[in-house]
Design a protein around this ligand. Structure first.
Ligand code: BGC
Length: 357
């Protein structure tokens, strides 16, 4: 019986070895280990990031899109980008598409700070982490928030304008109420204004959000502010350069452009040109390249499963979100060259073209 078992085992061994040799010879390999096909392996290993954007309507978001793509690709990963044209339903659908495509990580610029919480949940169910880019996703278990210090942006605007107009009637033209940043910018502004309001030096005579950040809505707001105050306004803070554009259009219609100082934000080319022309007194420059590089670096790290430690925590209504906040830079007529132009954000030629005309 024992002999029988040994014989059977020996036969099985011979069969296995010959089957193995047969398969190796079919592969054109003489029994050596088969090296993995390199190109194919790289393809399947490549990290894929999904980038869900609110809109591409404003100049800055085109920079964000292009520079983020560049930064992700320079790290050997790839990115699929979808923009939703300011529509919540479209953004949710697009983010779902990215999740079902099996991206390794999702980066989101939410149109609506609350609505995108549903996507964070869905992504997590699929095992995908989510980074909030520039704008926070509220009431969600978002994995990381990468942005600028947005409260600081508002402080910079108010500091610049109160230096110029320490007393008088102020108008605040806010951004989109659905964007958490609009609240942070406003908080920063009022942090500086409040002591002056309390002292009776400043009165805020008009304060409204501008739906979807559009210049058209800011124009309507500013027109209403002028009318309600018989044009007697001393200073305007607009939440960004797009809304500042609408404000300045309303002022121009009353022959007041350049006479009432207006602050904006983003260092959009049109905003910087208005500073040169004298219809806007300042903007806030946020180096987008630095933001995209930071976000790309952290996105790829997280997608690979590496732990990311951020230096700040920000409450989003549900959790303390790990946050990385970069520094904004206040820009006026005097430092355009050393900031925006020195960084190549806009060329000297473009910025000063308007005054040469
Ligand atoms: C961004 C601003 C931008 C605004 C409108 C905000 O969330 O931080 O830079 O101007 O959205 O798109």
């Amino acid at each position: 019986m024992g002999k029988m078992i040994k014989l059977l085992l020996l036969m099985a061994l011979i069969f296995a070895v010959s089957a193995c040799e047969e398969s190796n010879s079919q592969n054109g390999n003489d029994g050596k280990a088969v090296p993995a096909p390199k190109a194919a392996e790289k393809e399947t290993d490549k990290i894929k990031i999904g980038f869900s954007m609110d809109t591409l309507l404003e100049e800055r978001w085109l920079k964000d899109r292009d520079l983020f793509k560049e930064a992700v690709e320079s790290l050997g990963a790839e990115v699929e980008i979808l923009a939703a044209n300011g529509d919540d339903a479209v953004q949710i659908e697009q983010a779902e598409t990215l999740i079902s495509q099996g991206v390794d990580l999702l980066v989101v610029v939410p149109h609506n700070a609350e609505a995108m919480a549903a996507i964070v949940k869905k992504a997590h169910l699929a095992g995908i982490k989510v980074i909030a880019y520039d704008r926070l996703v509220k009431n969600s278990e978002i994995d990381l928030y990468v942005s600028f210090d947005n409260e600081k942006v508002g402080e910079m605007q108010a500091n610049a304008i109160t230096k110029l107009v320490p007393k008088g009637k102020y108008v605040y033209i806010g951004g989109a109420e659905t964007d958490n940043n609009a609240h942070l910018f406003k908080r920063g502004v009022f942090k500086v204004l409040q002591p002056l309001i309390d002292k009776g030096d400043i009165t805020v005579v008009y304060d409204q959000w501008s739906k979807d950040w559009t210049p058209a809505n800011a124009l309507v707001n500013m027109t209403a502010a002028l009318k309600a105050n018989q044009n007697k306004i001393d200073a305007v803070i607009a939440a960004n350069d797009a809304t500042a554009g609408g404000v300045i259009q309303a002022l121009a219609a009353q022959g007041l452009a350049g006479k009432i100082p207006v602050a904006g934000q983003d260092a959009e080319l049109a905003g910087v040109q208005r500073i040169v022309q004298g219809t806007q007194i300042m903007t806030v420059y946020k180096p987008i390249k630095a933001l995209t590089e930071k976000a790309a670096e952290l996105a790829v790290m997280m997608a690979k499963g590496d732990e990311v430690k951020a230096d700040r925590k920000i409450n989003n209504g549900k959790i303390e979100v790990q946050s990385v906040l970069l520094s904004p830079i206040a820009v006026n007529k005097r430092n355009i060259d050393q900031t925006i132009i020195a960084d190549g954000f806009h060329s000297k030629e473009e910025v000063y073209k308007v005054v040469e005309k």
